[in-house]
Design a binder for this molecule. Structure first.
Ligand code: 26Q
Length: 807
């Protein structure tokens, strides 16, 4: 892309401002500047976007499509400037004009088209695919409403709609001429054809037009611009014509319009419990059908190959089971529309689709009732049924040792369609997202499938884009790193390992410390502005930011805070390093216990933060509406990263990687990718505590853990639980009986009490370690040095070479 001098950039700005907004710089608002700079960036990248597409066509490049119900992309202006190589000159130009870049960037509404880890991973992957020069595109839904905006009123979470498209979204381009039709419902009729095969004719279906909106995905300074295609559901053109004509069916049509537009209406806000809502199934099929139709159209246009060879040029990665209808839908399109035989279509399908699993939580496994699928997608259901029949028959004849397992393995059983089974059977690759997670899939959750298809299973430990999560969000740290090891780490994040040579270098350690202080100061200002609470910038910033879920154990964290508070009340002169506990978390709107935990955190904050008796030694901060943009402000300021899930429950985690990369030390269980972090940095540079995965699994299997025993024997625990039960916090009378009962009468399903003592002990080690500043800085540098492995560039290279077979 072009380079500009500061002066040239200013001229460009002025020119655009007058043409697009009819304003001079002096009169331009920050929002004017946001739109104008976005437009400059778009002008810069558009020729590269076209060229990238032409190159792929000319070279008949093999391509990957990343299918996901979620893309949690956050803001794009700053990262697009960075990747186009314009960030420095733009910042310098703005500074000359007396403008603050941040004030301008924040006019972009976060694209919150995802819940959490899975959606953010998809966004990081797109960044890495483009930056590594791979031909890969995202395909998702252009929800009119993203993940809800969270407000807290008296400790209660309130959800507000996130109407992120209120104002123009400058990054998208509507491509109406590439629209396709998606059909729902109706009936299927079979007609014999002259060659003896059957023709399937659909009658009385509801037609929905899928209109693509393309968002550019800019590679890091490599002239590659790939595409994220987001589909929007609209009424088909004939039907909208009907609406404008006089008719006594007017309300019927209006109702229909409404139900069509609902399909891309909003993102479902649950991220770990599955609910069989019809609209959600419609969304899934809408995404899958529109995407695959688009793929087939392009394949026929760009490649001089029959569709029986589609898998030589196309691979479709499905992000969890949510898009697993891709299996029967690809079969349907190949057979019914393109005339392939079952065997031909099955060969193409099972060589095209690859499946990533993100969870072993049984409550999150997708199952759809057969009656719903039959009614909404009659032809797709027939195909699923046939896949199931053939699979079960194959088991019976080819695997007699598995005969008694057929009901467990079938796609359809108990009048439900098991989407994970469909995804495994219909794909050529099944991967987990961290080493331990993949092992649990192979040895436990998907053991029988692993026995049948051992070669299909593989691991791809998650990663994060270091460009956004280090270079962009922590420019001072990035500069300090570049000063000592040079800039190669930006293109080759593994080079961060050279930092180990500086882990004893006093000037470097001083510099790192200074940067962290500055980042903490900035966050402290934000916290003061948002909450009115003044926090001690010298205190340990102890951070837990993630969706609220019982298995993630925010409860264990707040129990530790209550414990410290109780100790301080008993012994006010106790010598402890001041701590600031920072939380950010959204709860699924229907998740009662999760909301109770949010309320508890607020309640504890309201007591601890204002108790003069503890001399400001503890502060508890809950930052509302945790999202990508807020994460970008918190992560560079973290000292401690809380990764304390019940072992075996967190598939991988990615916040752990982001904080490690920014120099925070992890306190965590041996779960998900924490294990791989520990393996790299060594036990001396991380705080590991608590039950191991195998111990947790043994307790679930054989019993033997009794939460009440701990309540009865550990005074600290009993005191905390009683405070919850009897509302004995300070003078206020708020009770948390549901939490109390869940722990004592549902036997603490996530082992909060069991891990309490080791957790407290581990925190004592943290506190002691923090007192030795030099040692702490060394540990921090060691963590940054090893974090290169967790760049999503490494992950994507593994996907590309081992699954996607891309060059
Ligand atoms: C399913 C059906 C109906 C409605 C919603 C859903 C749904 C939506 C989102 C189910 C699950 C999710 C999201 C799951 C998720 O974010 N999992 C996380 O994925 C990360 C990336 O691999 C991992 O790091 C985390 O460990 C895992 O929890």
């Amino acid at each position: 892309m072009k380079t500009y001098s500061k002066e040239a950039f200013v001229t460009l700005l002025e020119d655009k401002l007058t043409r697009k907004r009819r304003k001079h710089i002096e009169d331009a608002s920050d929002k004017d500047l946001y739109y104008v700079i976005s437009s400059i960036v778009k002008d810069e990248l558009t020729p590269q976007w076209l060229k990238t597409k032409e190159n792929y066509q000319k070279n008949e490049t093999r391509q990957v499509y990343y299918l996901s119900m979620e893309f949690l992309i956050g803001r794009l202006l700053e990262s697009n400037l960075l990747n186009c190589g314009l960030l420095d000159v733009c910042n310098a130009a703005l500074k000359d004009l007396g403008r603050n870049p941040e004030d301008i960037f924040k006019h972009e509404h976060d694209a919150g088209l995802g819940n959490g880890g899975l959606g953010r991973l998809a966004a990081c992957f797109l960044d890495s695919i483009a930056s590594l020069n791979y031909a890969g595109h995202g395909s998702g839904i252009r929800y009119r409403y993203g993940l809800f905006e969270q407000r807290i009123i008296h400790g209660n979470q309130i959800e507000l709609p996130d109407y992120w498209l209120k104002e123009e979204y400058p990054w998208e381009t509507r491509k109406s001429d590439e629209s396709v039709e998606v059909h729902f419902g109706g009936t299927v009729h079979m007609h014999p054809k002259s060659d003896g095969s059957l023709e399937f004719v659909y009658q009385d279906t509801d037609k929905v037009t899928a209109v693509p909106y393309d968002v550019p995905v800019v590679g890091y300074q490599n002239n590659v611009v790939n595409t994220l295609r987001l589909w929007s559901a609209e009424l088909s053109p004939e039907e909208s014509d009907i609406l404008s004509e006089p008719s006594n069916q007017y309300y019927h049509h209006l109702d229909h319009t409404h139900s069509v537009e609902q399909i891309s209406g909003f993102l479902y806000p649950d991220d770990s419990s599955y609910e069989g809502k019809e609209l959600r199934l419609k969304q899934q099929f809408f995404l899958v059908s529109a995407t695959i139709q688009g793929i087939i159209i392009k394949f026929k246009r760009n490649f001089d190959l029959p569709l029986t060879k589609m898998h030589e040029k196309i691979v479709i990665q499905i992000n969890d089971t949510h898009p697993s209808l891709a299996v029967p839908e690809l079969m349907r399109l190949l057979m019914d529309e393109e005339g392939l035989s079952w065997d031909e279509a099955w060969k193409v399908t099972t060589n095209t689709i690859a499946y990533t699993n993100h969870t072993t939580l049984s409550e999150a496994l997708e199952k759809w009732s057969t009656s719903l699928v039959k009614q909404l997608l009659p032809r797709v259901y027939m195909i699923i049924d046939e896949i199931n029949e053939r699979f079960c028959q194959g088991l019976w004849f080819d695997h007699p040792e598995m005969r008694d397992k057929i009901p467990e393995l079938a796609i359809i059983s108990d009048e439900q369609v098991h989407m994970a089974h469909l995804a495994i059977i219909g794909s050529f690759s099944v991967n987990g997202v961290a080493r331990i997670h993949t092992e649990i899939l192979k040895k436990k959750e998907m053991k029988n499938f692993y026995h049948l298809f051992p070669k299909r299973f593989n691991n791809k430990t998650n990663g994060i884009t270091h460009r956004r999560w280090l270079l962009q969000v922590n420019p001072c740290l990035s500069e300090a790193i570049t000063d000592v090891i040079g800039p190669q780490w930006i293109k080759h994040p593994n080079k961060l390992i050279s930092l180990l040579r500086y882990s004893n270098d006093a000037p470097f350690l001083d510099k790192i410390d200074q940067v962290k202080r500055k980042n903490k100061q900035t966050l402290a200002e934000l916290i003061h502005k948002q909450t009115g609470v003044a926090i001690d910038e010298e205190s340990i910033f102890d951070v837990q930011i993630k969706r609220l879920h019982e298995y993630k154990r925010q409860l264990l964290n707040i129990f530790h805070v209550i414990y410290l508070y109780n100790e301080l009340k008993e012994n006010p002169s106790m010598d402890i390093t001041p701590r600031t506990f920072i939380f950010g978390a959204k709860a699924a709107p229907s998740y009662h216990l999760a909301k109770e935990v949010i309320k508890l955190i607020h309640h504890v904050a309201s007591i601890v933060n204002f108790d003069k008796g503890i001399n400001d030694k503890l502060k508890v901060i809950f930052l509302e509406n945790y999202n990508v943009s807020l994460a970008e402000k918190i992560i560079p300021a973290a000292d401690i990263s809380e990764q304390i899930s019940t072992a075996s429950k967190e598939a991988s985690g990615t916040g752990n990687m982001k904080m490690m990369m920014n120099g925070a030390l992890t306190i965590g269980t041996l779960d998900g990718a924490n294990i791989e972090i520990r393996d790299l940095v060594g036990d001396e540079n991380i705080f590991i505590f608590g039950l191991k995965a195998q111990e947790v699994l043994n307790y679930y299997q054989h019993g033997g853990y009794i939460a009440k025993d701990i309540y009865n024997t550990d005074d600290r625990v009993r005191k905390i639980l009683d405070q919850l039960h009897y509302g004995e916090f300070g003078a206020q009378e708020i009770e948390f009986k549901d939490i109390f009962y869940n722990i004592l009468y549902h036997n603490d399903p996530y082992f909060v009490l069991k891990d309490f003592d080791p957790y407290i002990e581990s925190h004592e080690l943290v506190e002691r370690a923090y007192r030795n500043k030099r040692e702490w800085q060394k540990m921090s540098v060691t963590n940054i040095a090893y974090s290169g492995k967790f760049s999503s560039d490494r992950t994507i290279k593994e996907y590309a070479s081992e699954i996607w077979k891309l060059r």
